[in-house]
Design a protein around this ligand. Structure first.
Ligand code: URA
Length: 175
C-alpha cells in the first residue's frame, strides 16, 4: 500500500469505528470512540486494553496516569508519541453502570466484537513490531485459550499475522 492508500484506508476505518453501534451498552455510555493515535507509517505499534474515563473524555488513548507512564517508556526508547501508533483492543470505554468513576476490564464478547477494528489497523499499518500492553490486550489479540498470564508471557516473542508481538506489563500494573 502506498502512503496515500494507507491514509485513505485508515481514515475510512476511523469513520466506520466512529459510527459503530455493535455494542448497545457501550454506544449508550461512551462520550467518544477512541480509535487510536500516532503515525500510521511507523514500525512500532502499542496495543492496550480499552479506553478509561480520561480517554473516553478526550477521545485519545493513554492520556491518563497510565498514559503518562507510557509516554515516559516511549521517551526512554528514544521515540516520541508522534512517531509510534497507540491503539487499544476496545475502541469504546467499558461502561460502569451506576458508578461515576473507575474502569472495568473488557469482557471477552466485547473484545471479540471490537477486534476486527484493531486487526484492520494492524493490517493497514503493518508495523515491524507490536508491543502488547498487559494480559488483557494479549487476550484480545490471541484469545483466552492462549493465555499463560502476562508474567510468563512477557519478554517472549509471539506472532500475530506474521508480525512479531512483544508482550509486556500494562503501565497501570506498573503504577
Ligand atoms: N489503559 C489502556 O489499556 N488503554 C488506554 O487507552 C488507557 C488506559
Amino acid at each position: 500500500m502506498s502512503r496515500e492508500e494507507k491514509e485513505r484506508a485508515m481514515a475510512d476505518l476511523q469513520e466506520r469505528a466512529r459510527q459503530c453501534v455493535k455494542c448497545d451498552h457501550l454506544v449508550r455510555s461512551r462520550r467518544n470512540v477512541v480509535f487510536g493515535v500516532g503515525n500510521i507509517h511507523t514500525d512500532i505499534m502499542f496495543v492496550g486494553e480499552a479506553p478509561g474515563m480520561d480517554e473516553d473524555a478526550q477521545g485519545e488513548p493513554f492520556v491518563g496516569k497510565a498514559g503518562q507512564l507510557l509516554d515516559k517508556i516511549i521517551t526512554a526508547m528514544g521515540l516520541s508519541r508522534q512517531q509510534v501508533f497507540i491503539g487499544n483492543v476496545l475502541k469504546c470505554r467499558p461502561d460502569t453502570p451506576g458508578q461515576q468513576y473507575g474502569n472495568r476490564k473488557p469482557t471477552p464478547p466485547e473484545m471479540a466484537t471490537c477486534l476486527p477494528y484493531l486487526a484492520s489497523q494492524i493490517e493497514i499499518i503493518r508495523p515491524k513490531v507490536i508491543i502488547g500492553l498487559g494480559g488483557t490486550a494479549l487476550e484480545g489479540l490471541f484469545g483466552k485459550e492462549s493465555q499463560r498470564g502476562i508474567t510468563r508471557l512477557r519478554g517472549n516473542w509471539l506472532t500475530y499475522r506474521d508480525i512479531p508481538v512483544m508482550p509486556t506489563f500494562h503501565p497501570s500494573y506498573l503504577l
